[in-house]
Design a protein around this ligand. Sequence first.
Ligand code: IYR
Length: 227
Amino acid sequence: MSVTKIINSFPFIKYVHKEISDEAALKRSSGFLGEMLQRRSVRQFSTKPVPEQLIRNVIATANTAPSGANKQPWTFCVTADPTIKKQIRIAAEEEEFKSYNGRMPEEWLKDLAPLQTDWKKDFLEIAPWLIVVFKKSYNVEADGSKRNNYYVTESTGIATGFLIAAIHNAGLVTLTHTPSPMNFLSKLLERPENEKPFLLLPVGYATEECWVPELKKKTLEEVTFFY
Ligand code: IYR
């Protein structure tokens, strides 16, 4: 049981910081880095079912993310329904076909060439689960009035990062899929006006034989500047 104290009219609880030794911290941080280095965006999904509780746990982890004024301006729409997955695939492919055949400039297509992506998105039906992340620019109160959310894109991005890390930690794979434009997801999933699609994540296991592009991450020196 935590102790509550009222500070300036609002309840506070004591935060017990579990400090660990530098040695233990170094070990844990390099262990976690080792884990995260294993993560890859995967496009070849197995049809092997994933227990719903795993999906609930990774979303609950995402939901712990910090957000502007703790507004948690996100919604996670989840489906394993073959009919809905098919509808999402058809609509995504329709948009992606147009993107790959005219909407994306030459330079973009050239940048994507090593990833070997194209407009076909069969994984949207093959992966056992689809998670669609929506960001909420405002909340609608019970009386119908609108209340603003803050740092909506940053907050939803952070939550999605937690989600991707949790998916990897659960031994699952995902793909940060960005069919563009994504408004078909609002229509298909009948989302309210204050929610905008942010990212589409197929989640499951990788196929036994699964190929991913040989990518190099930038070095720490390239992305970090100590002052
Ligand atoms: N949205 C397209 C194109 C695409 C864009 C990026 I950025 C990628 O890293 C990969 C693909 C698609 O999902 O195919």
